[in-house]
Structure formats: structure tokens, C-alpha cells
Design a protein around this ligand. Structure first.
Ligand SMILES: C[S@@+](CC[C@H](N)C(=O)[O-])C[C@H]1O[C@@H](n2cnc3c(N)ncnc32)[C@H](O)[C@@H]1O
Length: 253
């Protein structure tokens, strides 16, 4: 079980509440070598002893903020992949939410996005990032379109009330890295150490195809086969990866 550390006496009640809710142990004394969560006055973050990280969710500044301002709007590949166009703003279920970056891009373009994340560590980081973003006047309306569920998406999609099925299911599970880990960003190394490799990812595609009303979008590294070997209706390629799009029903408009 991952430990949550908090050095600030005033934050202890919040740390205890977070630990109880997400099933973390409360760390005391000097942390060991292993990854751990740390609650600071600013945020919740994932750290390791060495130079990796920290990993935290920031929807206001950094790379995500930059992309929100200069990212290319509805013309960008992810927007085309989910079918965003004039007159069509689909609802999206992001079944592999991770740090929520893709979900945030879609929400910033107007989509209502449900995020599902099964790792309690990642879900806690996401929840913290969403709460901080809700305090920012410019970003608050965007995160108001995002809601987070913690659990296994394959199961949650199968149990979903048919009346609230999303237009689009978006999948981006972890994929084994082709390049040696020294080349992978430190932040990503730490994230992988906590989340693992998603060996059961193939189960998500049939569940997503049964759940989505209009299409399923799978983000893949450019060197990867289509998920489960199933040939997509179309693919949209970017510099480093590909969106495989499975169209179930034509989009309105
Ligand atoms: C590569 S990350 C997604 C990154 C995300 N697209 C982003 O923009 O930040 C994959 C995430 O999906 C989660 N995941 C994988 N399989 C899942 C499942 N069956 N249900 C819920 N979450 C899952 C993993 O825990 C991991 O956090």
C-alpha cells in the first residue's frame, strides 16, 4: 500500500481524511526509497527518493495551460478523432483517465467528459488537480464539465445505465515502451512505477464498443498494432502516435 506523507501539522486532518478515503497508509518519519504521495499546502503530489517527479495534476499552468491557450482548438487531431466539429460536441467517456490531460483538452473544447481511473493514487491526484482548477476563474468552467469516477472502466461501462451512454469512449491504456527507459521522461517513469503496464487493456475495446453511441477512439503509439488486432474505420496520425477510430454511427450535422 502506498503511503501518504504530510509534514505540515495544519494539514494532518486533511491527510488523514485522504488516506482513509483512498486506502493509503499514513507515512511517519523519514520516507524510504519507494514512491509516495506527499500533501503540501499547495497540492497533492507523487514523489520518489531520487530525481523522478514530482508528478501532480496541473490544469491551470504548465504544458496543459499552454496547450489550452495555443493548442489549435477543434482542428487538433484528438478533436477530429472524437468527431468534434461545428454543430457536434459529443459527450466523452475517457475510460483510462491517467493524469487527465486528454480529457482536459476535450473538456476545454466543450465536451462533457466522464473520467474513469482505477488507480487510487492517480485518481487522488486527479481529484486534487480538479479541485485546484475549480478555484481558477478561467479554468473553472472547463473542469465543471469533467467528473471523475474511480474503478475498473471495463466493469463500469458494462454496468452503465443505457440512458446515459456516452457518444464517444476514449481509450489510452499504458503501452510497453519501445525505447529504453533512460529516454522516457522522469515523470513518466515514476507514473509507470506506480500504475504498471495495463496487461488487461484489450478487455477495454469490446466493453467500449458496447457502451459508445457513436464511436470509440483508441490512442496508440505510432509503432503499435491496433488494439486486439481489430482494424479501425480510420486512423489519424500525429507526430508520435495515432488515433484509431471505430465508427459505430454517423455523427449528426
Ligand atoms: C497512459 S495513462 C492515460 C493518460 C491520459 N490519456 C492523459 O492524457 O493523461 C493510462 C491510465 O489508464 C488507467 N487504466 C488502465 N486500464 C484501466 C481500466 N480498465 N479502468 C480504469 N483505468 C484504467 C491506468 O491506471 C492509467 O492511469
Amino acid at each position: 500500500m502506498l503511503a501518504l506523507y504530510c509534514a505540515d501539522a495544519a494539514l494532518q486532518p486533511r491527510a488523514a481524511e485522504l488516506a482513509a478515503r483512498w486506502g493509503f497508509s499514513l507515512g511517519a518519519g523519514e520516507p524510504g526509497e519507494t514512491p509516495r504521495l506527499v500533501l503540501t499546502p499547495e497540492r497533492l503530489e507523487l514523489r520518489a527518493m531520487h530525481s523522478e517527479g514530482p508528478v501532480f495534476v496541473d490544469f491551470v499552468g504548465g504544458a496543459v495551460g499552454h496547450r489550452r491557450r495555443f493548442g489549435g482548438g477543434r482542428g487538433q487531431e484528438i478533436a477530429r478523432a472524437v468527431g468534434l466539429k461545428k454543430g457536434a460536441t459529443p459527450s466523452v467517456l475517457d475510460a483510462t483517465a491517467g493524469l487527465g490531460r486528454d480529457a482536459f483538452v476535450l473538456a476545454s473544447l466543450g465536451c462533457a467528459v466522464t473520467l474513469i481511473e482505477r488507480s487510487p493514487v492517480v485518481a487522488a491526484l486527479l481529484e486534487d488537480g480538479l479541485a485546484r482548477a475549480a478555484e481558477d476563474a478561467e479554468v473553472a468552467p472547463i473542469v465543471a464539465r469533467m467528473r471523475l469516477w474511480c474503478g475498473n472502466a471495463a466493469q463500469l461501462m458494462a454496468q452503465l445505465d443505457p440512458a446515459v451512454r456516452p457518444d464517444v469512449v476514449y481509450l489510452d491504456p499504458m503501452y510497453p515502451h519501445r525505447r529504453k527507459s533512460a529516454l522516457v521522461k522522469k515523470e513518466m517513469r515514476l507514473f509507470r512505477a506506480v500504475v504498471g503496464e495495463d496487461p488487461d487493456a484489450d478487455a477495454l475495446l469490446p466493453a467500449a464498443l458496447a457502451c459508445a453511441r457513436q464511436r470509440v477512439v483508441v490512442k496508440r503509439p505510432d509503432y503499435a498494432e491496433p488494439m486486439t488486432g481489430r482494424v479501425p474505420t480510420m486512423s489519424i496520425t500525429t507526430k508520435n502516435h495515432r488515433f484509431d477510430v471505430y465508427v459505430l454511427k454517423a455523427l449528426p450535422g
